[in-house]
Design a protein around this ligand. Structure first.
Ligand code: NAP
Length: 267
């Protein structure tokens, strides 16, 4: 076994593995030889990905079709993972309702809160304890570039991503002694179904591909607390931290989201 697998194997659990960044995590971790637990609602997609990865690599894949917004989702995951040594948790599943906060119904906002924040918190607590006891493992949280400032037209989404970023920054230090590596991955726009709801035409923004985003995360795990993939994105974050007041960042990101969602809603 190589160093990566010694640290994060033999099993990794990925939420939101049925598409986008989560499916790419599954592909890259499978290529490293980790066994996988794939979690999302769309069972057929999980099954197809499991078949593909089992055939391509000498690994075992378990699927758990479950809605992570439900109150008792952990019971389902606990039953299916009993006896598996999960040493890497990728808290990736997320939704991004855009538009004006007061135009959304509260139930939708609460589902977002449950998926983007409650579920990762519960899973990190559940799997983080045994990792700390074993003295090795990794916890990964999907943040976003919007986590660094308030973002009008995606206000609650940005707040949920800030939660993941700040939680990961704290745990990165807190769990270091226990041998558990914690990372927040903060991508900019990435080409997936989620960003597919936005209209980039007429803007200079070109979403990154999922491959380099996931590669950057796996390179940073164990070395950094936060990874922002892509040099243009890192430059934007650097400028936001060192050159601009926070209110200017909020205005800029708000303008970007307003444009992308307005054009998408009119499409
Ligand atoms: N794409 C971007 O531009 C971007 C940028 C920054 C951060 N991110 C973050 O990256 C993460 C992955 O997003 P993505 O871009 O890869 O989007 P995506 O392709 O839409 O993937 C979202 C995943 O979450 C799962 N999911 C959604 N609701 C769920 C629920 N109630 N229970 C269980 N699973 C659920 C989906 O599976 P099912 O529908 O099958 O349940 C899917 O696998 C998110 O946390 C997002 O905030 C994305």
């Amino acid at each position: 076994m190589n160093t990566f697998n010694n640290k994060y194997g033999p099993w990794a659990l990925i939420t939101g593995a049925s598409s986008g960044i989560g499916a790419e995590f599954a592909r890259q971790l499978a290529a490293k030889g980790l066994n996988l637990v794939l979690v999302a609602r769309r069972e057929e997609r999980l099954r197809a990905l499991a078949r593909e990865l089992e055939a391509a690599h000498r690994i075992a894949v378990t699927i758990i079709p479950v809605d992570l917004t439900t109150t008792d989702f952990l019971t389902v995951i606990q039953q299916a993972t009993d006896g598996l040594e999960i040493s890497l948790l990728v808290n990736n599943a997320g939704v991004m309702p855009t538009g004006r906060f007061l135009d959304h119904d509260l139930e939708q906002e609460l589902r977002q809160l449950n998926l983007n924040n409650r579920a990762p918190l519960i899973l990190a607590h559940h799997f983080g304890g045994p990792m700390a006891e074993r003295g090795r493992g990794g916890l990964l949280f999907l943040a976003s570039m919007v986590a660094f400032q308030g973002t009008p037209s995606a206000s609650h989404y940005a707040a949920t991503k800030a939660f993941g970023l700040v939680l990961a920054e704290g745990l990165h230090v807190e769990l270091k002694e226990a041998g558990v590596d914690v990372l927040a991955l903060a991508p900019g726009f990435t080409a997936t179904d989620l960003s597919g709801e936005l209209d980039f035409s007429g803007t200079p923004i070109k979403p990154m591909l999922v491959e380099p985003v996931v590669q950057a995360a796996l390179r940073g795990l164990g070395r950094k607390a936060v990874v922002v993939p892509g040099w243009q994105n890192r430059l934007l974050v650097w400028m936001g931290k060192h050159l601009l007041p926070r209110s200017a960042n909020t205005a800029i990101f708000g303008k970007i989201y307003e444009t992308l969602t307005r054009e998408a809603h009119h499409a």
